[in-house]
Write a protein that binds this ligand. Structure first.
Ligand code: MTE
Length: 317
C-alpha cells in the first residue's frame, strides 16, 4: 500500500503567504467578484471575510497529492461546523474564541491491556507530529483542502494494546455546556460521539490532529485534539476529544442517533450514494466558483478501498 503523504511532506519553509493570497485575490478580481457578490450559494463563506485582513495569517501554495491547492488559513478557520458552539458556520469562530483548551487530557481505555490518561502535552512529545494535506469533504457537499499536523491514531492505539475483543473505537467530545452554549440544545444527544471499526482506525490515513498550517490548532477546528479521517464525510472527524474507548460492539454516533436514515456509521465519501435530501455527485470547494465531481472515498481509494471489500457500497453510506 502506498502512502503518498510521506513522500511530499510540507515544511513551514514552503509556505508562501503572499503568492497564494494574491493569486486567489486576482482570480476573484478577474471573475468580477466584489464583497456584494460574495454569496455564491446559501452556505458559502463570504469572499470578503475570506480575503480581508489576512496579511498576517499564513496561507500556502502547497497542494495535496492530486494537485489541489490548500485552502487559506482564513477559510479554514472562519467557516466551521461545530454544533457545540453554533449551527451557523460563521458564528463558530467568534463563539469559540475563549474556549479553554488547556489543561486537557484524553482518557484511552475500554478493551485494552494498558489503559492510560494522556495529557495533550504527553501526546505531543510521545508521537512525532507529521504534516498531512488532506481533502475534507463535508456531507453537506462543500469541501476544503487542509494542511493538518498530527500523528497516526494507530500509534496511540498500539501503545494501549487493544485486546482481541476490541472491534471498534469510540470517540467522545468534551461536555462543557457552560462554555459550549450549543450543548444546551435539546435536539442533539450530547456529548458528540463518533466511531470507527478498529481496522479503519488503524489505517495510516486516520490521524489525531493537533495543529493546522504549522500552528497550534484553533478552537473552532477542534483544539486541542481532533480526529481526521479524510475518506469519510467530515462529521466522522470528531473535534475536541476527551475520551477514546475500545469496544466490542458498534458504538452509537451522534448523527446516526439524530437521523438514522441520513447519516450511517460508515459514511465513506461516495458520489454514487446520495443523501436522501441532496446529491453527493459533486461538491463545492470553498474558494472556487464551479462545482467539482466528488471522488469515491474522497480520492483515497488506493489506501482504504480494501477495508470494504465484499461490502455493498451502495448500502453502507
Ligand atoms: N465535532 C464535533 N464535536 N462537533 C461538530 O459539530 N462537526 C463535524 C466535524 N466534527 C462537528 C465535529 C462536521 S459536520 C465537519 S464537516 C467537520 O467537523 C468540520 O471541521 P472543520 O470545521 O475543522 O472544517
Amino acid at each position: 500500500m502506498s502512502h503518498p503523504f510521506k513522500s511530499i511532506p510540507i515544511r513551514s519553509s514552503e509556505i508562501t503567504p503572499k503568492d497564494a493570497y494574491l493569486s486567489r485575490r486576482d482570480f476573484m478580481k478577474a471573475a468580477g467578484l466584489t464583497a456584494g457578490a460574495a454569496l455564491l450559494t446559501a452556505c458559502g463563506p463570504s469572499v470578503a471575510n475570506a480575503s480581508e485582513g489576512t496579511e498576517s495569517a499564513p496561507t500556502s501554495s502547497a497542494t495535496d497529492e492530486l494537485g489541489n491547492i490548500v485552502n487559506t488559513f482564513e477559510e479554514i478557520t472562519s467557516y466551521n461546523n461545530y454544533y457545540e458552539f453554533s449551527t451557523n458556520k460563521e458564528a463558530v469562530a467568534p463563539l469559540a474564541k475563549d474556549f479553554t483548551t488547556a489543561p486537557w487530557t484524553v482518557e484511552v481505555g475500554g478493551l485494552v491491556h494498558k489503559p492510560k490518561t494522556f495529557g495533550v502535552e504527553d501526546l505531543l512529545s510521545l508521537f512525532p507530529q507529521e504534516e498531512r494535506i488532506y481533502r475534507l469533504r463535508c456531507v453537506e457537499a462543500w469541501s476544503m483542502v487542509i494542511p493538518w499536523s498530527g500523528f497516526p491514531l494507530a500509534s496511540l492505539l498500539k501503545m494501549v494494546e487493544p485486546t482481541s475483543n476490541a472491534k471498534y473505537v469510540r470517540f467522545e467530545t468534551v461536555y462543557r455546556p457552560e462554555e459550549m452554549k450549543g450543548q444546551g440544545s435539546p435536539f442533539y444527544p450530547w456529548p458528540y460521539q463518533e466511531g470507527l471499526r478498529i481496522d479503519e482506525a488503524m489505517n495510516d490515513l486516520a490521524i489525531l490532529a493537533t495543529g493546522m498550517y504549522g500552528e497550534t490548532m484553533l478552537a473552532q477546528n477542534g483544539a486541542p485534539i481532533r480526529l481526521v479521517v479524510p475518506w469519510k464525510y467530515g462529521f466522522k472527524s470528531i473535534k475536541s476529544i476527551v475520551k477514546i474507548e475500545l469496544v466490542a460492539e458498534r458504538p452509537n454516533t451522534l448523527w446516526n442517533s439524530v437521523s438514522t436514515s441520513e447519516y450511517g456509521f460508515y459514511s465513506n465519501v461516495n458520489p454514487n450514494v446520495d443523501h436522501p435530501r441532496w446529491s453527493q455527485a459533486s461538491e463545492r470547494r470553498i474558494g472556487e466558483l464551479s462545482r467539482r465531481p466528488t471522488l469515491l472515498f474522497n480520492g483515497y481509494g488506493e489506501q482504504v478501498a480494501s477495508l470494504y471489500e465484499g461490502m455493498d457500497l451502495s448500502l453502507q453510506f
